[in-house]
Design a protein around this ligand. Structure first.
Ligand code: C2E
Ligand code: CA
Ligand code: CA
Length: 588
């Protein structure tokens, strides 16, 4: 038969309509289509619900009339999506042709819209095909999302959770412990002699060791525990319900034994050992970073000393001790008071025609004795100190002030300012941003804040509140470093996000790495479906640029387009850039 040849399979349709004649007409038209079709009919909401909820029934597509005797057909949408398939195509069938109704029905989640008057076998068949294609597309998208989420949260070698997922689980465990007092342990494991194996027998042997140990750890630990590979030969484990030193040490002993069992690879017996550091919650507090660095320090102590496993002591809870090397904080404090920071501007452009879409402001600091300090080093120190608020407000003041003086030259281009996640917790943050914007007479619609996605994940409820408040004031928000740490794409749908910046690491390997290409491609598809513009960061050369544009990622930023430049140079750069653009356009 025909359907066997063209690959179309038999489908089950549900028609919901209270008019017997209309229903019969639709059934006849469906039967005349190219597909083999079984049809169930329902004449009321109640009858439809019964069929939808029947666990035996399965429908591939639903034709839905709005005006049912016992209510609006659209009330059935949640039941259809919930009970049948979230991606079940639903075709609205209504008596009157009205564009408003058509638009509304599509908005309320219908896939397609047919009017009874213009019904024909061809149109009905076409809507079936479109519905099936739509469902396939949605399924593919979901699968891609899941795959992407999995890949971004797992280490490709061992398939264990990576640092991102581990941090996420650790954050949850801390929150739970704070609420209900459930104790747990953070265990850091660093392999001994791993480097020798790698150096002497090659990376394949090293990989085999990591994979084997990852598997042993996972198999030995319970489902509720998280075993992650943080990188290199470093593993971290979250042990739930560990309530005391004794049980923690017992697990550590067991782990050491597991790791010390020889590994056979390439006809050789490989031996590694482990140094283990353990931090207990709530004994050492509820801060994820605090627990992690306590476990880390204990692990280093184990590496140096005789004991294979060391328990972090309560009294030397890591304060900001490790941070303030050489009085850096003091120097930063002085630099804030003297407004001794500068912000360099890096343009973000439409890579097809060179139109300047915005500038990102990046901090630059020259330490009086140590010379230039890398921005991320500075920011990391500031973020973990009491200076964060003062620094952030200084950055807003300086950058918005500078932008105000240039904005008349910049068309619609926006100014993008990086903000640390921890600022979201500050009570007056949004009003401070709004106030500074107004004080400098900058149009809030041209102000964009960049936040790393981990900020959204760490505290989604709070992040959402802040983003919505900013949104109410027309200030937009970009997710920075996207792909490096996301937990779920679901968040993207929930937040009023104006832009997504793909993490530089994906773009830098882009031309060689098929993995990164497919990742970027999926992101393009996803962002298109969400209607959120995507920006590639770290575009370093014309090849990358061309491939990105071909893939549908048209907005870019990077050394290959323009390096961050001192504020004083922006005006001159803009003139040169626009002259060149116009030249190219005229020649083209
Ligand atoms: P980011 O937000 O991801 O900023 C982009 C970084 O990539 C900048 O590094 C920029 O100079 C660099 N970059 C741009 N194009 C390319 C390229 O083609 N190749 C490569 N390899 N790098 C490129 P920078 O200026 O060192 O800043 C590092 C990080 O420090 C920033 O990462 C941001 O997270 C943070 N940061 C910088 N300024 C501020 C600030 O004023 N406030 C806050 N909170 N964070 C800031
Ligand atoms: Ca940024
Ligand atoms: Ca970034």
């Amino acid at each position: 038969m025909d359907h066997l040849h063209n690959g179309t399979q038999n489908i089950h349709a549900l028609i919901v309509d209270d008019d017997d004649v209309d229903r019969e007409r639709l059934v006849r038209m469906l039967r005349r289509g190219p597909r083999e079709i079984t049809v169930e009919q329902a004449g009321s909401q109640a009858e439809a619900l019964e069929k939808i909820r029947d666990p035996e029934a399965h429908f591939d597509i639903v034709f839905l009339d709005f005006g049912l005797a016992d209510g609006d057909g659209r009330d059935l949408l949640p039941a259809i999506r919930g009970e049948i398939d979230p991606d079940c195509p639903i075709i609205a069938v209504t008596g009157n042709a009205d564009e408003q109704i058509a638009a509304d029905s599509i908005k309320s989640g219908m896939t397609e819209y047919l009017t009874k008057r213009s019904l024909s076998p061809e149109r009905v068949a076409a809507s079936v095909e479109e519905g099936m294609a739509w469902r396939q597309y949605r399924h593919d998208l979901r699968r891609q999302e899941e795959e992407l989420t999995h890949r971004s949260l797992h280490d490709p070698l061992t398939d264990l959770p990576n640092r991102t997922l581990f941090s996420d689980r650790l954050g949850q465990a801390c929150a739970r412990a704070r609420r209900s007092g459930d104790p747990f342990a953070v265990v850091m494991v660093d392999l001994d002699r791993f480097k020798e194996i790698n150096d002497n027998f090659g990376h394949a042997s090293g990989d085999a060791v990591l994979v084997t140990i990852g598997r042993r750890l996972r198999e030995h630990l319970r489902e509720v525990d998280t075993t992650a590979r943080l990188g290199g030969d470093e593993f971290a484990i979250l042990l739930q319900n560990i309530d005391g030193e004794e049980s923690a040490m017992a697990v550590a002993t067991k782990l050491t034994e597991l790791i010390e069992q020889p590994i056979v690879h390439g006809g050789r017996m490989l031996h590694v050992g482990a140094s283990i550091g353990i931090a207990l919650c709530p004994l050492l507090g509820f801060s994820p970073d605090g627990l992690l660095s306590a476990a880390d320090e204990a692990m280093y102590e184990a590496k140096r000393g005789v004991d294979k496993a060391v328990l972090a002591r309560g009294e030397d809870r890591p304060a900001s001790r490790s941070l303030d090397q050489g009085g850096m904080l003091h120097d930063i404090e002085r630099a804030i008071a003297a407004r001794a920071f500068e912000w360099h501007w890096q343009p973000k452009v439409d890579m097809r025609d060179g139109q300047v879409l915005g500038f990102e402001a990046l901090v630059r600091w020259t330490h009086p004795e140590d010379g230039p300090i890398p921005a991320d080093v500075l920011i990391e120190t500031v973020e973990q100190s009491h200076l964060l608020e003062a620094f952030t407000y200084l950055s807003l003041d300086v950058v918005l002030g500078e932008f105000a003086a240039l904005q008349h030259l910049l068309g619609d281009a926006a100014i993008c300012i990086n903000v640390s996640a921890r600022m979201l917790e500050r009570p007056g943050f949004v009003s401070h941003v709004v106030e500074t914007t107004a004080r400098h007479k900058v149009d809030p619609a041209r102000v964009m804040l960049e936040l790393t996605e981990t900020a959204l994940i760490a505290n989604p409820a709070q992040a959402r509140r802040v983003i919505e408040q900013l949104h109410d004031h027309k200030i937009s928000l970009a997710i920075d470093d996207f792909g490096a740490g996301f937990t779920s794409f679901g968040y993207l749908r929930e937040f009023a996000v104006s832009e997504i910046k793909i993490d530089r690491s994906f773009i830098s390997r882009f031309t060689e790495s098929r993995f990164d290409q497919s990742l970027v491609h999926s992101l393009v598809v996803l962002c298109e479906s969400l209607g959120i513009p995507l920006v590639a960061e770290g575009v370093e050369n014309p090849e990358t640029q061309a491939m990105l544009v071909a893939m549908g990622c048209t907005c870019g930023q990077g050394y290959g387009i323009c390096r961050p430049m001192p504020y004083e140079n922006v005006r001159g750069w803009l003139e040169m850039w626009n002259t060149e653009r116009n030249g190219t356009r005229l020649r083209a």
